[in-house]
Write a protein that binds this ligand. Structure first.
Ligand code: TXA
Ligand code: MG
Length: 317
């Protein structure tokens, strides 16, 4: 059974012993291991049941730790670190040759970020080294935003979970690649949006990774609850009256017989509450979950991306 603790020193001791610790970050909880210890990293892949082809993000306590992981860091990347870190932004840079292949999944790039969470930063400082940390969920399921969600994902495992409260941002970090001879690219949308990044960079962000940058883990079906879920814009009466259907709303006033959670129409607030709401509806024994489609605006980009992966296309009645 997992143990939830407030003891940062106990968590650091586990990392030093080559064990895993679930850690809070401002985005989602992560499953952390010493980023220089291939045996500890192998445990991350095993516990998550994650394919070895899916690389990990290195989490650092300070900007100057990045030089241990990346080389030929462009000025644009340094500028983003100074402006957006600590924060929910991951940078994909050219990896140093000595980075363990288990971190990069054999690629010549490395993903790094400095998380903006006081408990996480304190842990990294005490441990004195960087950790890898994928989201602390089984492969392809919803990322956890509370310690209790992590515990429910790994109920049979002896995992130490460091309590840091509910995550403030609620969806995974934005990922941007900044590589030589390449325009900066948005590889995964997050709550630091395209416009904010372009304003910092002073140039356009390209999308769609070219063939030489792999972003595994960006599956169409990802972040998904076990209960089937559909996105809707308009819904008919017969579904609204079905008590076995749950509802995730985005500010709509909708009369439903089944349970409905309204996450509101403010993107930051919606994002913070999204995964907890999916966990709750997923554990209510429902036949299905209907998710109201959010607006098309840029502010909702990351949320629309996660919902697209969590839901199936709407079937006709
Ligand atoms: O907010 C977050 O980023 C959370 C918290 C725990 O920090 N972590 C997270 O990790 O979402 P994970 O492993 O669930 O997602 C990492 C994503 C994957 O899609 C992976 O393919 C991509 O980052 N990635 C990692 N290294 C990469 C690299 N060198 N090049 C391109 N994509 C990379
Ligand atoms: Mg993940």
């Amino acid at each position: 059974m997992p143990t939830i603790t407030l003891d940062i020193e106990a968590a650091a001791a586990r990392l030093r012993a080559g064990e895993l610790v679930a850690i809070p970050t401002e985005t989602v909880y992560g499953l952390a291991a010493d980023a220089r210890d291939p045996r500890a990293i192998a445990k991350v892949y095993a516990l998550k049941r994650r394919p070895a082809s899916n690389p990990l993000i290195v989490h650092v306590a300070a900007v100057d730790w990045v030089d241990d992981w990346a080389v030929a860091i462009p000025d644009a990347a340094r500028h983003l670190m100074r402006t957006c870190w600590p924060g929910p932004l991951t940078l994909v840079l050219t990896a140093r040759a000595d980075v363990p292949a288990t971190v990069t999944a054999g690629q010549d790039t490395i993903a790094v970020r400095q998380p903006d969470h006081p408990v996480c930063l304190e842990l990294l400082q005490r441990f004195g080294r960087a950790v890898v940390a994928p989201s602390a969920n089984r492969y392809m399921s919803v990322s956890p935003t509370t310690a209790a969600h992590v515990a429910s994902q790994f109920a049979a495992d002896d995992l130490l979970i460091l309590e840091g409260g509910p995550c403030r941002v609620g969806v995974e970090s934005t990922i941007v690649s900044i590589l030589p001879d390449e325009p900066p690219r948005l590889l995964r949308p997050g709550m630091i949006g395209r416009e904010a990044l372009q304003a910092v960079l002073g140039c356009e962000l390209a999308s769609n990774a070219p063939a030489n940058i792999r972003v595994p883990g960006q599956h169409e079906r990802h972040y998904a609850p076990a209960t089937p879920a559909w996105c809707f814009s308009q819904i008919d009466e017969s579904r609204r009256c079905n008590p076995r259907l749950g509802w995730l709303l985005c500010g709509a006033q909708l009369d439903t017989t089944g349970p409905a959670l309204d996450l509101g129409d403010v993107p930051d607030v919606y994002a913070r509450r999204l995964y907890a709401a999916l966990y709750r509806l997923d554990h209510t024994g429902l036949e299905g979950i209907y998710v109201q489609a959010p607006p098309e605006d840029e502010d909702w980009h990351a949320i629309r991306d996660r919902l697209r992966r969590a839901t199936r296309p709407m079937t006709p009645t």
